[in-house]
Design a protein around this ligand. Structure first.
Ligand code: ZN
Length: 221
C-alpha cells in the first residue's frame, strides 16, 4: 500500500486519530476530511484541525449540517437529553441516522475527484454501541455500492473493526501517539477534551479501555 494515498474520515476523536496515524504508517500521502454535521461541540473540528497539523497531513472540514437536521438525536439537538444508557431494544439517542452512510459516500466522491482509492474509517463492531452503520457488513456493502455507483476501485479500510478500546489504545501506543491521543482528542459527548467528563457512555468506554490497556502493559513490564 506504501506508494499510495489515503483519505481518512477524521473527527478528532480517539478512534479516527489512531486511524490517521495508522494511515500515515501505511500510505505515502494522507489527507484528513472532517464533517460539520451540526454537532453541539464544534470545537471538535478545531481539535481535529490541530491534530492534522501536528500529523502534517492535509485537512479539510466540510459542512454537512443538513444531516443533523434530518433526524432527531442528542448530538445535534439541544432539546434532546443524552441517553446515558442504551435503551432496551432500541438505539441510544446519540445515534445520528445515516451518519456513516453520508460521511463515507461524501468521502468517496471527494476521494474520486482527487484520484484517491483508499478510504480509512475508525468504525468498530467490537465495541458495538448499537449503531448499525458501524458494522462490518454495512461497510462492506457500502464499499460495493460506492464502486458500482461511481465505477470506482475504492477500498474502505477499517483498522479498528475487530479490536476493542483497550486494543485501540495499544495500537496508538505502538504508533507512538498514546499521549497525543490521550490528551488532544475529543471523544466525550459533553465536549470535554482528553479524559472528558468521565460519565457519558463515550468517556466510560474510553476510560475502561485505557485502564485495561495500561494494566496489561504494566504486567508485561
Ligand atoms: Zn464524557
Amino acid at each position: 500500500m506504501n506508494n499510495e494515498t489515503a483519505l481518512v474520515v477524521f473527527s478528532g476523536g480517539q478512534d479516527s486519530t489512531t486511524c490517521l496515524f495508522w494511515a500515515k504508517k501505511h500510505f505515502k500521502r494522507v489527507y484528513a476530511l472532517s464533517f460539520l454535521y451540526g454537532q453541539k461541540h464544534e470545537k471538535e473540528v478545531e481539535m481535529a484541525r490541530n491534530i492534522a497539523r501536528k500529523a502534517e497531513v492535509g485537512f479539510e472540514a466540510m459542512d454537512v449540517s443538513f444531516i443533523g437536521h434530518l433526524g432527531k438525536n442528542s448530538l445535534t439537538d439541544f432539546s434532546v437529553r443524552m441517553d446515558e444508557e442504551k435503551p432496551e431494544g432500541s438505539f441510544p439517542n446519540t445515534f445520528v441516522p445515516g451518519r456513516n452512510l453520508f460521511f463515507l459516500s461524501i468521502a468517496a466522491v471527494y476521494a474520486r475527484e482527487r484520484g484517491i482509492n483508499h478510504i480509512v474509517t475508525g468504525v468498530s463492531q467490537t465495541d458495538f454501541s448499537g449503531y448499525p452503520d458501524c458494522r462490518d457488513a454495512f461497510i462492506k456493502s457500502l464499499n460495493v455500492a460506492l464502486n458500482l455507483a461511481m465505477d470506482g476501485q475504492f477500498v474502505i479500510h477499517t483498522p479498528l473493526m475487530w479490536i476493542d478500546k483497550a486494543q485501540t489504545w495499544a495500537l496508538a501506543d505502538e504508533l507512538g501517539v498514546l499521549d497525543l491521543v490521550r490528551n488532544e482528542t475529543l471523544t466525550c459527548y459533553n465536549g470535554i477534551p482528553g479524559d472528558g467528563c468521565g460519565h457519558c457512555p463515550a468517556c466510560r468506554l474510553r476510560r475502561e479501555g485505557l485502564e485495561k490497556y495500561l494494566d496489561t502493559k504494566e504486567k508485561l513490564i
